[in-house]
Design a protein around this ligand. Structure first.
Ligand SMILES: Nc1ncnc2c1ncn2[C@@H]1O[C@H](COP(=O)(O)OP(=O)(O)OP(=O)(O)O)[C@@H](O)[C@H]1O
Length: 254
């Protein structure tokens, strides 16, 4: 096994709250790894630590053996190939599906309007290629006919596919995927999962997935890591995790 991401003895305190407690874990390259745990277990904080939104209290994080935390900003982390998915915001709801894809690389790189303006020539040259790429992605997502629709008008399943499309625009190596089941009607979840699996298998994108919906996690992820009180309780296959009494107890104790 070769790990793409490694957390070594990572801790994070917020005042008196120990959100992450001496946590060590490794994400295998090419996997779709699930990160589950009861409310307040520290899942979101771990995403925030990896991406540099919060400084670590102690410990280290490595990407392919290179130490990336402490020391890197969210923009640095994005440039190193880690993409964090975000739900479509109110601002993004007001622009079209195609526009959402076209601005994704700039959004994530934290580029300012000023940068875009002074690089106007370059932007113009790249625009044509970007449009072509965006349309191919929409084809892959079965959303080609929705390219001029406002993102805010899309049903839940298509909004989630659009999040995937924004991710595809930047061709990341590792994706921190936040709740691929949130807001997705049950009938559409299969399609969302299938696309994630295709991206994993065909484009070798590794996923670390936080999700509350156990059915989504069990269908999508292998292995599954269980976080309790800020540290790793166990990891294993969906079956192993489901049958682990300590996991059941951690959830029931919620
Ligand atoms: N910015 C913050 N300031 C203070 N405490 C925080 C902050 N962020 C998280 N916490 C606390 O850290 C702990 C872990 O929170 P976190 O959001 O990481 O858990 P989670 O596993 O993502 O929970 P959930 O499943 O409910 O989203 C909680 O006790 C939370 O209240």
């Amino acid at each position: 096994m070769s790990s793409i991401l490694e957390l070594k003895n990572v801790s994070k305190n917020f005042g008196g709250i120990q959100a992450v407690d001496n946590c060590s874990l490794e994400v295998e390259e090419g996997s779709i790894t699930g990160l589950i745990g009861p409310n307040g277990a520290g899942k979101t904080t771990i995403f925030n630590l990896i991406t540099g939104f919060h400084p670590l209290t102690s410990g280290e994080i490595y990407l392919r053996g290179e130490k990336i935390q402490p020391g890197n900003s969210p923009n640095d982390i994005f440039r190193k190939g880690i993409y964090r998915s975000f739900q479509i915001t109110r601002e993004l709801s007001k622009i079209t599906v195609l526009e959402n894809l076209l601005i994704a690389p700039h959004d994530q790189a934290g580029e300012t309007l000023w940068n875009n303006w002074i690089n106007n020539k370059k932007v113009e040259q790249e625009e044509e290629e970007l449009v072509e790429k965006a349309l191919e992605i929409l084809e892959f997502l079965d959303m080609r006919d929705k390219c001029d629709e406002y993102a805010g008008n899309l049903p839940g399943g298509d909004r989630k596919l659009l999040e995937l499309g924004r991710m595809m625009m930047v061709e990341p190596e590792l994706v921190l995927l936040d709740e691929p089941g949130a807001g997705v009607p049950p009938g559409k979840q299969r399609k969302v999962n299938e696309r994630i699996i295709e991206l994993n298998e065909e484009q070798n994108i590794t996923f670390l997935v936080v999700e509350h919906d156990m059915a989504v996690i069990m269908n999508l992820c292998h292995p599954i890591m269980v976080l309790v009180n800020g540290s790793l309780l166990t990891e294993g296959s969906p079956e192993e995790v489901q049958n682990d009494e300590r996991v059941v107890k951690a959830y029931l104790g919620e």
